[in-house]
Structures are given as C-alpha cells and as structure tokens.
Design a protein around this ligand. Structure first.
Ligand SMILES: NC(=O)c1ccc[n+]([C@@H]2O[C@H](COP(=O)([O-])OP(=O)(O)OC[C@H]3O[C@@H](n4cnc5c(N)ncnc54)[C@H](O)[C@@H]3O)[C@@H](O)[C@H]2O)c1
Length: 280
C-alpha cells in the first residue's frame, strides 16, 4: 500500500514501546496519528512528543478489552480526523510463568488484552477500512511467540498464535475488498512490556517497575522496528518477522509439521484446497 500523506493511522498500545515506534514512523511518512492506549499519562505524553516534533497526533484513551469503549473510540477518532485508514492492533501485556505457576486470572487478563483486544479491533474497524478499499490496511501485533511455543509462555503463546490465525483469516476475507493486512512477529524489542502489570486491573496507583535484569532492554530499538513495519506495509508484506535469530527455529517447526504428513493426495484435491484457502 502506498502511504498517502494526511491519511490516518489508529494505533492501540501507542503510548509506549512498539506502538510508539510505529506511530513515529507513520507520522514521519506524513500520516496523522490517533494514539489509543489505556494509560492516560503516558498517552498524553506520547502525543505531546509527536506534536512537538511537528506531527499531528491526538490521544484516545481506551481499554481494548472493552467493546463499547472501542466503538466509542473509533467514532471519536473518525469525528476528530474524518476517517481511519490504517489500524494497528498492538496493545499487549505479558505474564510469564510455568504452567503450574499461572492462574485463571492470569489467563483471563493476558488473553483478554492480547487476543480479544485484537478481535475487538478487527470487529470494530473492518467496516471503516473496507470503506477505503485499497487505502485501508490493518497490522496486528503478534510475536515470534505466535510462531513457536516457548517455555514459560503458555498464555502469551496461546494468544499470539491466535493473532496469527486471525490475521491469516482476515487476509483471505479482505482480499476482495482490497484491504491489506500484515501480522507483526518481532523477537526481543526494548520496551516496557516487562512492567505490564502496571496496566492490570486492580493495580491502579501502584508503582510497578520491570525487574532489574530486564532482558528486553538488550532488544531492538522500537523506532527501528517502526521503520520496518512502515516498509512492510508499503510492500504489502503479510508476515513481518523482524528478528533473523528465529529463522532456524521457525524452519525446524515448519519442517516438523510438513514432514508429519502421511502419503499423497490426488492432484485435483490439492488444487481444490489451494483454491479454497488462498495460499501465500
Ligand atoms: N517487547 C517485545 O520484545 C515484544 C516482542 C514481540 C511482541 N511484542 C508485542 O508488542 C506489543 C506492544 O508491546 P510493547 O513491547 O511495546 O510493550 P509496552 O508495555 O511498551 O507497550 C504496550 C502498550 O499497551 C498498552 N496497553 C496495555 N493494556 C492495554 C489495554 N487493555 N488497552 C489498551 N492499551 C493497553 C500499554 O499501556 C502500553 O502503552 C504487544 O502486543 C507485545 O505482546 C513485544
């Protein structure tokens, strides 16, 4: 998709980390930015930072798990900017831990933000994106954790595999309307994800910091990631897998899956499946 200056990007989780990196790259490309986030202080600060650089950004405080609030936020963004052309469903949290150490409450919170939040973003915005046809685009933030299962990440993996599956289905559904879609699957990025508990319901007002040896701080600069997302959107690239250190692991997983098929199917059945599934 060619980015049109003046067009509008609505970005959830836009107040921090990857969302703010994407917002900055899109703003530099001439887009106007609707920043959506649950964290009011950080959201206002992020908007001020973009506006002070001469870009046009406005804050929309929203909890992506709240469907009515998402619809109201969409309406507010459209009332403010006139339209929304690109939606980035990026808000996310993490609660790592061995399967024996996590609770149903942990499942509900992480699945609610990381998977239901993306479902809500898709359901809320697809009609608006379809209105713009080839000028409409959606980016969903998954993770390499949506491509490979990892120790201590049961909830995160479950949600992120869901985001990849949802994005593939949306790709097929939106093909005819001309709306493009990408799924972002980064490795480690230097963000505030390891203090996610700051945004967990019930933790309001608590001072929650990331652990001292926060491994994410050795990761990719979110501004660099934002530029990669911009380039991938401009190239209509569905998978945005940014960290080559995971290539071998993804290959091993794909090989294990493909090698497990037994026997051969008749060519006409293969052809029928290809036509139905819309392959890459
Ligand atoms: N940092 C990494 O290494 C990494 C790797 C792969 C994928 N990701 C994904 O990137 C996305 C962005 O995370 P990040 O790493 O930039 O972390 P971050 O904590 O810096 O940013 C996440 C943003 O989401 C917001 N948020 C949290 N809950 C919300 C809710 N219910 N409603 C609206 N906003 C909410 C937070 O306020 C925050 O601004 C997440 O989906 C995360 O899973 C991160």
């Amino acid at each position: 998709m060619k980015i049109t200056p003046g067009h509008v990007a609505y970005i959830t989780g836009g107040a921090s980390g990857i969302g703010f990196g994407i917002a900055t790259a899109f703003a530099k490309a001439g887009m106007r930015i609707a920043l959506a986030d649950i964290e009011e202080g950080a959201l206002n600060k992020a908007c001020e930072e973009l506006n002070s650089q001469g870009f046009e950004a406005a804050p929309f405080q929203v909890d992506v798990t709240d469907r009515e609030a998402m619809a109201a936020s969409r309406d507010a963004a459209i009332a403010h900017f006139g339209a929304v052309h690109i939606v980035v469903n990026n808000a996310g949290v993490n609660r790592a831990g061995h399967i024996t150490e996590i609770s149903y409450d942990d499942w509900d919170w992480v699945m609610g933000v990381n998977l239901d939040g993306v479902v809500n973003g898709a359901m809320t915005f697809v009609p608006e994106l379809m209105r713009h046809g080839k000028d409409g685009y959606m980016v969903n933030t998954a993770s390499v954790g949506g491509l490979i299962g990892m120790p201590g990440l049961a909830i995160y993996n479950t949600a992120k595999f869901g985001v990849v599956g949802l994005s593939e289905a949306l790709r097929a559904d939106l093909l005819e309307a001309g709306v493009g879609i990408s799924v972002l699957c980064p490795g480690i990025v230097r963000t505030n994800l390891n203090s996610s508990e700051r945004n967990r319901p019930g933790n309001e007002g608590k001072d929650i910091q990331a652990p001292e040896n926060d491994t994410l701080q050795q990761g990719m600069d979110p501004m660099e990631l934002g530029e990669k997302v911009l380039a991938a959107v401009e190239a209509d690239q569905f998978f945005i897998v940014t960290h080559p250190e995971f290539r071998e692991l993804v290959r091993q997983r794909n090989d294990a899956m493909v090698n497990s098929f037994d026997g051969e199917a008749p060519p006409e059945v293969i052809e029928m499946m290809n036509a139905m599934v819309k392959p890459f």
